[in-house]
Design a binder for this molecule. Structure first.
Ligand code: NAI
Ligand code: 15L
Length: 281
């Protein structure tokens, strides 16, 4: 009997009628698209115009939408019970790009949720909300935010938006401060921050179906040998990761290490802490 994976209220075969998945053409979106079918009778798949093929499965509908377009986002959320919000700029970029996709984008999404009666959102937040903590520190979700750039700032704004829309309108959100969700860890830093697609999928399911989450912030990482994050504030989700970055250690450590004073070796946000600024040329 696996105690840590025993049934919880999130394990039931509950389904939404219609779930919206934004950012469906991205790395995580492509990896989970086929898996979210189990979460809803119908899945509305969305990304920017021109990036999704028109190959909808029977349970899917494809709706292209720029998140910065308020009217389009309002229509996108129509008749949806829940949203998995992955869409947006996912790396450090000039502020104007972040403003459109991530800041206006998340505002438009929550406004649409309010107007269209969406009850639950899972927001793809990021470890870059707290990227200026050191790698020798261990933090939980109550730690003060220390965004490491415009991108981290936009995710911090998204989390605050989620809190506002819960306090004011009762829309529940789980903000997942994702570490590094990729097929495998790419470097030494990701030995701590990596999360497998399977663990992400399990956390996503719990984030959608655990009752009474209010606005919960949870760090998304696998059961790595060393991590920087403590999920005690999200214990009610019952999330216990199964995978680990350890099987990739030899491969990762075969590459030359960074200098011990390099931010990639010192700060949780790694290279994001030194990317930019993007002065006009
Ligand atoms: P990705 O960059 O591969 O995918 C993001 C998707 O959003 C893309 O398909 C892109 O076309 C779409 N998008 C960008 N601007 C948009 C706009 N204005 N309107 C509509 N769609 C737009 O990113 P990935 O890795 O799949 O991450 C998914 C989400 O999780 C992102 O929000 C990212 O910030 C967040 N995240 C991911 C992490 C990771 O390790 N992969 C770590 C932390 C957070
Ligand atoms: C993120 O927030 C990015 O979206 C992703 O591309 C990775 O760089 C990840 O953080 C990370 O910190 O490794």
């Amino acid at each position: 009997m696996e105690q840590q994976h025993s049934a919880s209220s999130a394990d039931c075969a509950a389904q939404f009628d219609r779930l919206l998945l934004t950012g469906a053409a991205g790395g995580i979106g492509r990896a989970i698209r086929h898996r979210v079918a189990q979460f809803a009778r119908q899945v509305r798949i969305s990304d920017l115009p021109g990036v999704l093929a028109s190959d909808a499965a029977l349970h899917e509908e494809i709706v292209a939408c720029d998140l910065a377009d308020r009217q389009a986002v309002d229509a996108l959320a129509k008749d949806c019970d829940a949203i998995v919000h992955l869409g947006g700029v996912s790396v450090e970029r000039p502020f104007e790009e972040i403003l459109e996709a991530n800041i206006k984008g998340v505002f438009n999404l929550y406004e649409a949720a309010r107007r269209q009666g969406v009850k639950r959102i899972v927001f793809a937040s990021s470890n870059h909300v707290t990227g200026f903590y050191r790698q020798d520190e261990r933090i939980d979700a109550a730690a003060r935010k220390r965004p490491d750039g415009y991108y981290g700032l936009s995710k911090s704004f998204g989390e605050d938006t989620a809190q506002l829309y819960f306090d004011r309108y009762g829309i529940e959100t789980v903000s997942i401060r994702i570490g590094s969700v990729f097929p495998e860890p790419k470097d030494r830093r990701m030995m701590a921050s990596w999360m497998s697609y399977d663990d992400f999928h399990d956390l996503l399911r719990r984030s959608l179906f655990t009752p009474d989450v209010g606005h919960t912030i949870v760090f998304g990482m696998s059961a790595n040998a060393h991590t920087w994050w403590d999920n005690r504030c999200a214990a009610h989700l019952g999330f216990v990761p199964r995978d680990s970055s350890e099987p990739f250690r030899d491969k990762v450590e075969a590459t030359p290490p960074p200098a011990p004073t390099d931010p990639v070796a010192v700060l949780q946000g790694g290279a994001f802490t030194t990317t930019g600024p993007f002065d006009p040329v």
